[in-house]
Every structure is written in C-alpha cells, then in structure tokens.
Ligand binder design. Structure first.
Ligand code: PEP
Length: 251
C-alpha cells in the first residue's frame, strides 16, 4: 500500500508576514487532524528559513519550487541544492510546467537538476504533463513518455525510492478545469507502466505519482481514490489554510 502525499506549491505568493500567517493557520488546523498522509509545503525561497522554523515539530515538511544543478558560482539569481538543504528543505519541485513553458526549461536541464538534487540528498517532485494542444492532437502518451524517460535518464532503480512524480496536465493548472478521475487515472497508469518497462515492476509498484491541476477539497476525494493516484500537488487551493486542510482530510 503506497502512502498518500499532499504537497502545496505556493508559487510566487506570500511575503514573510503572509507566510507566517498561513503556516500558523495550517499548524493550528492540522494539529487537531488525524492524518496518515505526508504533508509538504513549498513556499518561495525567501520564506523557506522562516517556514522551516515554524513547522519544526509539526507533521509538515518543507520543499522548494526550483533549484539549479551547479554547486555554486556565477549563476545570478539561481539557488543551489546545498542552499535549499541548509534552509531546511527535504523536497524540491523540478520540471513544473511553469518552469518548462514560461522559463523554457528542457527535459535535459530538468534531468541535470534531478540528478543534482538526488546526489545532494534532496527528494525531487518531478512534474510532467501535456498541453491542451498536445492532448487534442492525440499525443499525450508520447509527450509523457518523452518527459518521463528524459527526466529520469541515467537514474538507477534505487534513485526512484526518493522521487515523486507529479502528473499535471498543463490545461488543468490554474484554470479551474480538472482532469476527470478517469482521465487522470489513465495517465497515472501509463506512467506506472513506463516505470515498469524502464526500471522494474517493483519500482513501478512503489513510486508515488501525484496528480496536480485545480485540485480542490470538493474534487480531491474522487481523484485520490483512483488506484494509481497517490496524492496531489496543489497550487491555488494551498494558499488558503481551510482548502489545503480540506484536501488533506480528503486524502
Ligand atoms: C500547480 O501549480 O502545480 C497546480 C496544480 O496549480 P493549481 O492547483 O492552481 O491548478
């Protein structure tokens, strides 16, 4: 039985005061909850240290939204794996569709970042997903296969123990359009089969595959009850404590 993992991607939202308020509400709300699922928040870089101290002793774990693959040096504006570790991060989101489509990140770059995260002791939340055009042209599986295989290129089966894959159809992110539970389950099952073909059936059985794309408290239960959906990567709905906690309760 795989565990459920709910992660909140704050994106470019919340200054220090707003971060403190949201985390305090989450801790207060979750304190009363009995939850079997793993809960991760991914605030912007500037709030990571504060978040790390606020969540200490709670069930909440910390992740970042991006990192660069080099150790250090002349890479203005970038953040390294060791900086994230020293800020208290355990996870890092890599290959998010906004990084791919707004900032032009390629499969090769994402693969380098995944390798660096793993060799540094960070756990990647590796995002894949097709655009609306790609879905309507019938190439969803082809796109997902390329993203999964190129992103995981050169990794060992053991590496997969510390990777979470997030399937996030680009057309469902921030749009209010959610993939139907069947649509999501179909792609999750396809990804699990890809892992089985490239690594092993044991690796495929173990790997956590989250769904992301307009997950809300009222659609979370049905999505999360699908056989191959092991959690959610949540954007908009994680910015309000009540709705993020509602999704955690649904899991
Ligand atoms: C995301 O950014 O990963 C995401 C799924 O966003 P939203 O929940 O707002 O669609």
């Amino acid at each position: 039985m795989r565990r459920k993992v709910i992660a909140g991607n704050w994106k470019m939202n919340n200054n220090l005061t707003e971060s403190q308020n949201l985390i305090s509400k989450l801790i207060e709300g979750l304190g009363k909850e009995k939850t079997n699922c793993e809960v991760i928040i991914c605030p912007p870089f500037t709030s990571l240290s504060l978040a790390a101290s606020l969540i200490s002793g709670s069930i909440i774990k910390l992740g970042a939204q991006n990192m660069y693959f080099e150790e250090n040096g002349a890479y203005t504006g970038e953040i390294s794996a060791s900086m994230l570790l020293s800020s208290g991060c355990e996870y890092v989101i890599l290959g998010h569709s906004e990084r791919r489509h707004i900032f032009g990140e390629t499969d090769d770059l994402i693969n380098k970042k995944i390798k660096k995260a793993l060799s540094s002791g960070l756990k990647p939340i590796f995002c894949v997903g097709e655009t609306l055009d790609e879905r309507e042209s019938g190439v969803t599986n082809e796109i997902i296969k390329r993203q999964v295989y190129e992103g995981l290129n050169g990794l060992s089966e053991k590496d997969l123990d510390t990777i979470i894959i997030a399937y996030e159809p680009v057309w469902a992110i921030g749009t209010g359009k959610t993939a139907t539970p069947n649509q999501a389950q179909e792609v999750h099952n396809f990804i699990r089969n890809l892992i089985s073909d490239k690594f092993s059936s044991a690796a495929a059985e173990k790997i956590i595959i989250q769904y992301g794309g307009s997950v809300k408290p009222d659609n979370a239960k049905e999505l999360l009850s699908q056989k191959d959906i092991d959690g959610a990567l949540v954007g908009g709905a994680c910015l309000k404590a009540e709705s993020f906690i509602g999704i955690i309760q649904a899991a």
